[in-house]
Design a binder for this molecule. Structure first.
Ligand code: SF4
Length: 390
């Protein structure tokens, strides 16, 4: 039986970090043995929210693909290709853009999130909200206690952690509660950014992708692709499969400052970090700000260190969780153990990544793009035939 086709991709943001490994790359490695996988270097997508960063893209592509290969993605099993090397993506995107209304795109969750972020930055939105799960009063009281006991460094760390968690709470609220007002769209939102989910639909359907690995929170993104496929099939010809989501487990890995792990926040542990850097980053990571002394009971559920134990140190994680809650484990020892685990896990990946030359990686991308283009040409012949009869 023919294997189903999977399309998945990533923007070329450069070297991969442990969040990518846990959330995407480990799944990609498994999927390549079960499906016909196409893994896209989404370089046009990288320009949709910052069109002037094109100069850094080449270097980012090489760094990213070295890490893909190093974690075990095998170019003889999965097709690794670069989106802009296959211009048929742009042609299908143009065709699909006629099928999608502007109000539909304005309802896209990522667009609303970005809009909320920009509006907030520019003071477009004033919000009244409750702080949800966050016990602000209790945390402020904790910080005050440190000030009283003349430990300003710890008080400062508590306040920084509180501020960063408050920020994400605020953003969540804006995203879910703000009513969209088209008149307040800031000029930073480009036509390309608004239409990026249509480009995403073209990426998937150009290869007749039947399955798309996503987390539950990304289901609305796939819905637009499904709508476009149905619409095209109904009005022109039944060319496209309606892709199904493959719900994958995407463990949440927080950065060393408690925010989402991201290169742009400067809070990531990279797969290519040498041992001393891993150790330094783990050591400086925030933990539960309420756990000050070894005997204080901790809250592993809000601790970035514990989240990494849960993913990369599965066997010991239950014991660590219990000991943390019971006040039997201190953060220093807990971090030390995590640093050991990460150093051991990342060493072979780092060595493999360093063994690939730029030329070897470029060749892998060129060959994958050539294979992808063959498929893309076939699909576009069908599309042109269905739309224009030629
Ligand atoms: S003991 Fe470990 S899990 Fe608990 S708060 Fe400290 S670092 Fe986090």
């Amino acid at each position: 039986m023919a294997r189903k086709t999977i399309l998945s991709g990533m923007r070329p943001t450069g070297r991969m970090h442990v969040g990518h490994l846990a959330g995407v790359l480990s799944n990609w490695v498994k999927l390549q043995y079960e499906y016909e996988c196409l893994y896209e270097i989404a370089d046009w997508h990288a320009l949709t929210d910052d069109p002037y960063r094109s100069k850094e893209i080449d270097e980012n592509v090489l760094g990213m693909v070295k890490d893909w290969l190093a974690v075990g993605i095998d170019p003889s099993k999965a097709t690794i290709f670069r989106q802009s090397y296959v211009p048929e993506h742009a042609e299908l995107h143009l065709m699909f853009s006629m099928l999608v209304s502007v109000p539909r795109l304005l309802r896209n969750p990522t667009f609303k999130e970005k809009l909320a972020e920009l509006r907030k930055k520019k003071g477009y939105t004033r919000l009244a909200f409750k702080m949800g799960e966050l016990d602000v009063e209790k945390e402020l009281e904790g910080a005050l206690n440190f000030l009283r006991s003349e430990n300003p460094a710890k008080a400062l760390r508590m306040l920084q952690s509180l501020i960063s968690r408050t920020k994400s709470e605020v953003l969540d609220r804006i995203t879910t509660e703000t009513v969209l007002d088209e008149t307040a769209i800031p000029p930073e939102i480009s036509y390309g950014f608004l239409g990026y989910p249509v480009l995403q639909a073209a990426d998937i359907l150009l290869y007749k992708g039947e399955v798309v690995p996503i987390g539950e929170d990304q289901l609305p993104h796939l819905e637009l692709t499904r709508e476009i496929a149905r619409d095209f099939n109904r009005h022109y010809a039944p060319i496209f499969p309606v892709p199904e989501p493959l719900l994958t487990e995407t463990p949440r890995i927080l950065g060393t400052d408690g925010r989402k792990m991201s290169k742009s926040y400067d809070n990531a542990i990279f797969l290519s970090d040498p041992p001393e850097v891993i150790e330094k980053k783990v050591k400086s990571s925030i933990t539960d700000p309420m756990k000050v002394r070894l005997k204080d009971p901790g809250r592993p559920e809000i601790c970035p260190i514990f989240q990494m134990h849960r993913v990369f140190n599965r066997e010991e994680a239950p014991v660590i969780e219990e000991a943390c809650r019971a006040g039997e484990l201190g953060c220093v020892a807990c971090k030390k153990r995590l640093a050991e685990v990460l150093k051991e896990k990342l060493a072979p990946i780092r060595d493999r990544a360093a063994s690939y030359s730029d030329d070897e990686v470029s060749e892998v991308i060129r060959e994958g793009s050539r294979r992808a283009k063959e498929r893309a040409i076939r699909t576009m012949e069908e599309v042109r035939g269905a739309v224009f009869g030629s």
